[in-house]
Design a protein around this ligand. Structure first.
Ligand code: ASP
Length: 332
């Protein structure tokens, strides 16, 4: 089967790629549906047998984890129906989270590629059509099978679990600083010289609500007064985005320990790249100290991805040891 024989479904969720100035508030807002997005790629019939699904039309900031669970079920149905690959277009603000959620929920080798745009369709140099075209090429490629969910932006191909939105507005915003991009597209070639190791699936039962997980970033001189409230506010887990390799201020330790007695606490790095340590620093509030208090290291997963994993794992009833192992496996 060549790329052009493959059935590729484009599922549109909204985001800048689909925005237009049709909004009573002024500015741009989601307006274009999946067919309109595909129509902006002139040679699309050459790339595959393209189908569309107008799943949602929201900014990335409005998506919720339950929407991604629903989307994963819809993608499973599409695969059962014989679709070869899926492209999801959405707001780039939350691609880190939605890519991670789909990666954990979809137990498939078929390509699922998430993309979006940093410039809206009426802006000079709009990147949406090129990003969508590349995503379709990747979703139709044999090379993209078995890699987990991918994110294509700016001609690069990233593993969803490592990708970061590292700039607020540029088309080059997406990086995989901890692991590197897996590949790229050039002309109509898909190049994927690197393959991630280790996959984790969450077999989520039908649950009414997903476990609420808070993301708390530490800051200079933090005293933990916010952190200590989280379990009473109904959070069933907490991701702490710590300094550097996983450190918190000494004033926070008591509260963090108390929280870790009540709910699982995952320790990530707020730096945007690299992994949490386990055995180097030995001062109060260091990674060694916090791990001894039962905190789970996020490894190379960034805080947004760590929060998605913790929420889905808790919703599936995983114990702390299994959650810790998942972070380790996904770190490579
Ligand atoms: N700037 C965002 C985007 O790139 C807005 C959003 O996430 O909806 O799509």
């Amino acid at each position: 089967m060549t790329g052009s024989d493959r059935r590729i479904r484009v599922v549109a969720l909204g985001g800048t790629i689909a925005m237009a100035p049709r909004n009573e508030l002024g500015g741009v807002a989601p307006a274009l549906d999946a067919d309109e997005l595909v129509a902006a790629v002139p040679d699309v019939p050459k790339l595959g047998r393209i189908e569309t699904d107008a799943f949602a039309q929201v900014p990335g900031a409005h998506l919720r984890l339950v929407d991604l669970v629903r989307l994963s079920r819809r993608i499973e149905e599409a695969f059962k129906d014989g679709v070869d690959g899926v492209v999801v277009t959405q707001g780039t603000d939350t691609i880190e989270e939605s890519g991670m959620a789909l990666d954990l929920l979809l137990n498939t080798d078929r390509p699922v590629v998430v993309t979006g745009a940093m410039r809206h369709p009426t802006q000079s140099g709009a990147d949406g059509p090129a990003n969508l075209r590349n995503a379709i090429l990747v979703a139709a490629s044999e090379k993209a099978r078995g890699l987990g969910v991918l994110v294509t932006m700016n001609d690069e191909i990233h593993a969803a679990r490592f990708v970061r939105k590292a700039h607020a507005s540029r088309p080059s915003a997406f990086t995989s600083a901890s692991a590197g991009a897996l590949g790229w597209t050039a002309e109509d070639r898909v190049r994927i010289p690197l393959r991630p190791v280790g996959r984790v699936f969450v077999d989520l039962p039908d649950v009414e609500e997903l476990a609420a997980v808070a993301l708390a970033s530490v800051a200079l001189g933090d005293d933990g007064r916010l952190l200590r409230l989280l379990p009473d506010l109904g959070y069933q887990g907490v991701v702490v985005a710590g300094f550097g390799v996983g450190h918190v201020p000494a004033r926070m330790i008591e509260d963090l320990t108390a929280v870790a007695y009540q709910v699982p606490v995952v320790l990530a790095s707020r730096t945007g790249a690299g992994e949490t340590f386990s055995d180097t620093y030995g001062f109060p509030g260091s990674e060694r100290d916090l791990l001894a208090r039962g905190v789970i290291p996020a490894g190379a997963l960034a805080p947004p991805q760590a929060r998605v994993l913790l929420s889905l794992a808790l919703s599936a009833g995983w114990p702390a040891a299994r959650i810790a192992e998942a972070f380790d496996v996904l770190s490579g």
